[in-house]
Design a protein around this ligand. Structure first.
Ligand SMILES: [Zn+2]
Length: 389
């Protein structure tokens, strides 16, 4: 029997309804939304139970578009605000990839309780295990195995971890991500991207995160490269002589199936290039701040029409995995951003990107008939920031 949920307000995130419906109602049956409107408009035609959620603003369930679950055990163990190299040093001093499965499950449960319905995870060493954990959670997911280095396999399908519990095309997918342009050769990134493109899978890449990345790619010199060389990595590195976005573009990595993560050190021309490629960009404002690498030009991306999302990154550079934490921080950093456009970064925009290849994601992101009955409550802290505009 259909149930009517009543809330003081709702943000349906659909073009045919106001951004913020007052005295809102959503009629749901089972897993599905049947109707969205005002309580006054929907109550007359409804004969089933009514649940009054009270003085809350209802929104679609959220997406965390970039996280590293295999690093959940590193909360509070890295330096803050000192820049990339000190942060990496503090990270490398830890047992980096010792997956704490119980901790990961607990974090996912907490995320779901806070109204998240989808997670995009990057795992370097534990992709199959994290994929299994995600498949057994209630969340939709993209579980990326991150490739790094220079070994291009003869058969690109070996890049994908085999996880029998993941039904391809259902609630989530296993896919492949590239680490970064300096750490992973162009040939390997092209093989991974080509594999994803052929199968209509999402492809993710850390891009333009910090100025060390620019100087490594442009000139083959930076304190970070020195650090890597001292650990026996990239010892015979040759700089391609291009900045991150032009290099990614020239390698053919940018298209509508690609998710570019961070995009902090970008120029106006880079933003235009990314917009023209139709790639999606995932910003991680709290992670960038924690590490101390600067701020991505969120406003410029929005003005250029880029499909923009938000991710928390891992607990090695954040305090929690709640996408609303990113929404709140971005609203503080971008005074001209309104609530509707900020909510889009964790709802309708990631649903557009991940929905290309994951049916579950395509049914999230908005409150509309036929969509999944998965909701979040907009935190009071987020509403308070907007009410002071
Ligand atoms: Zn990351």
């Amino acid at each position: 029997m259909p149930e009517l949920l009543r809330a003081a307000a709702a943000a349906p995130m659909t073009p045919n309804l106001p951004p913020l419906l007052q005295d809102a109602a959503v009629v749901v049956e089972g897993e599905e939304i049947l109707a969205v409107g005002t309580y006054a408009g929907l109550k007359a035609g409804h004969s089933g139970p009514v649940r009054d959620l009270g003085d809350v603003t209802l929104a679609p369930a959220t997406f965390n578009s970039h996280v590293h679950l295999e690093m959940c055990h590193l909360l509070g163990l890295t330096t803050q605000g000192q820049g990339f190299v000190p942060w990496v040093k503090s990270l490398l001093a830890q047992p980096l990839y010792e997956l704490d499965a119980a901790r990961v499950r607990a974090e996912l449960m907490r995320l779901e309780q806070r109204g998240a319905a989808f997670v995009a995870d990057i795992s370097t060493h534990n992709a199959a295990k994290v994929g299994e954990i995600l498949a057994s959670s209630g969340l939709g997911f993209a579980s990326f195995r991150e490739v790094i280095g220079n070994t291009v396999p003869g058969d690109a399908s070996t890049l994908l971890p085999q996880v029998p519990t993941v039904e391809q095309g259902g609630r989530g997918v296993m896919s492949v991500a590239g680490h970064a342009l300096y750490s992973t050769t162009g040939e390997l990134l092209q093989a991974a991207k080509g594999f994803c493109r052929e199968r209509n899978l999402p492809f993710s890449l850390h891009l333009a995160e910090h100025t060390d990345e620019d100087s490594i790619l442009l000139r083959g010199e930076s304190p970070f490269l020195d650090l890597l060389k001292s650990r026996g990595v990239l010892t015979s590195y040759t700089a391609p002589g291009k900045r991150p976005v032009p290099l990614a573009r020239d390698l053919g990595l940018l298209d509508e199936g690609t998710l570019l993560v961070h995009c902090v050190t970008v120029t106006e021309a880079d933003v235009a290039d990314i917009a023209a490629s139709r790639a999606t960009v995932c910003l991680c404002p709290r992670s960038n701040e924690h590490i101390g690498v600067g701020r991505a030009p969120a406003r410029a991306f929005l003005d250029a029409g880029v499909n923009l999302c938000l991710g928390t990154d891992g607990l090695c550079s954040n305090t929690d995995l709640d996408p609303y934490g990113e929404v709140a921080r971005l609203l503080e950093l971008e005074p001209r951003l309104d609530l509707f456009r900020a909510l889009a970064l964790v709802t309708v925009n990631p649903a557009r990107y991940f929905g290309r290849s994951i049916p579950r994601a395509a049914r999230l992101g908005t409150l509309a008939p036929g969509r999944l009955a998965r909701f979040s409550i907009v935190p009071q802290a987020v509403l308070d920031i907007c009410s002071h505009r």
